[in-house]
Design a protein around this ligand. Structure first.
Ligand SMILES: *Cc1c(COP(=O)(O)O)cnc(C)c1O
Length: 322
């Protein structure tokens, strides 16, 4: 398949501020500037393009967050009808944004499970035309997310190998894709630092139990990391023995990193993304992340982005986590 992908090749920025703080080169892979506001267009775009070439003509998604935004963008670009089922709790500004892109927003029920059920019913009624698009758990999605590593390899100075790649983890789609991209770039020895916030740490629970763990409730304000359980593939990758460092940071640390990043780089990202940035903004977290890591290479942070943030929300979070 040689179709033009739907995602952009994003800038890889050598941050002088963060490199100074960390006393080694820190590169920022700016997924926050992707269409749809996050890296999600990489994987969802790959999945949806493949499905279209097999004859699918409709996209059905049950995310009122960044996956929904990416699905809406893909639908618009590929001229496919796009239905986003959301619960009534989805903020109006997100519904408006989805509609502005051209998606049909269907409010179904008061909780996500109800909206998702309605989405699946629509797909079941037209199984050869309508594609159900999950937020993270599909092989095509991981394949698409993996392109972020291929770009990083092209963009770093010749021969430079990262000491670590830092990613935020929700359901593990980005993590799986980055692991796969490192593998296909002959960088399977490069450690992945997998960061979550406390109250959304289903990946960390999995690494400790060495089995899938369902955490009972998401209490973190980093809602884009709020998967109760990670994908089976994430477990398989951890069990394969590739180097992975799982880290859990506080909401406070994530929100402070969002604020510092806004001031330093003039970019506004979600706390879900701030979680990854804490590694470069917090000396003790950096030490923990790089413990036993003898490489002198740069740290590459995937700046995963996100829509669910405004300056007002950031001010509120700074207050409520103080
Ligand atoms: C989706 C998302 C994540 C989590 O990605 P997973 O693939 O679910 O692990 C993190 N940050 C942002 C901004 C996201 O949109």
């Amino acid at each position: 398949m040689v179709k033009q992908p739907l995602h952009l090749c994003t800038p890889l920025l050598l941050s002088s501020t963060l490199s100074g703080r960390c006393q080694r080169d820190v590169y920022l892979k700016l997924e926050c500037v992707q269409p749809g506001g996050s890296f999600k267009v990489r994987g969802l775009g790959r999945m949806i393009q493949k499905a279209q070439s097999k004859g699918f003509s409709k996209i059905v998604c049950s995310s009122g967050g960044n996956a929904g935004m990416a699905a809406a963008y893909c639908g618009k670009s590929l001229e496919m009808q796009t239905y986003i089922f959301v619960p009534s709790t989805t903020p109006k500004y997100m519904r408006d944004r989805l509609q502005a892109i051209g998606a049909e927003v269907v409010v179904a029920g008061d909780v996500w499970e109800e909206a998702d059920l309605k989405a699946r019913q629509m797909v079941d009624a037209a199984p050869t035309r309508a594609l159900y698009v999950p937020p993270f758990d599909h092989a095509d999605i991981w394949e698409g997310h993996g392109t972020v590593v291929h770009e990083i390899k092209q963009q770093l100075p010749q021969g430079v190998v990262p000491a670590a790649v830092v990613v935020s983890v929700g359901g593990g789609g980005l993590f799986n894709g980055v692991a796969q991209g490192l593998e296909s770039s002959d960088w399977s020895h490069v450690p992945i630092v997998a960061v979550e916030t406390k109250g959304a740490e289903s990946f960390n629970a999995m690494t400790k139990a060495r089995a899938l763990v369902r955490i009972p409730a998401i209490t973190s304000l980093a809602k884009s990391l709020g998967a109760n359980c990670v994908s089976q593939r994430s477990l398989d990758i951890v069990l394969s023995g590739r180097p992975v460092k799982s880290m859990v940071v506080s909401d406070r640390q994530a929100v402070l990193a969002v604020e510092s990043f806004l001031n330093d780089e003039r970019l506004l990202v979600e706390p879900a993304c701030g979680a990854s940035l804490t590694i470069a903004y917090n000396e003790s977290l950096l030490t923990e992340a790089m413990k036993d890591n003898t490489s002198t290479g740069p740290i590459v942070i995937i700046v995963c982005g996100g829509n669910a943030v405004t300056l007002d929300a950031l001010r509120t979070w700074l207050d409520t986590t103080a």
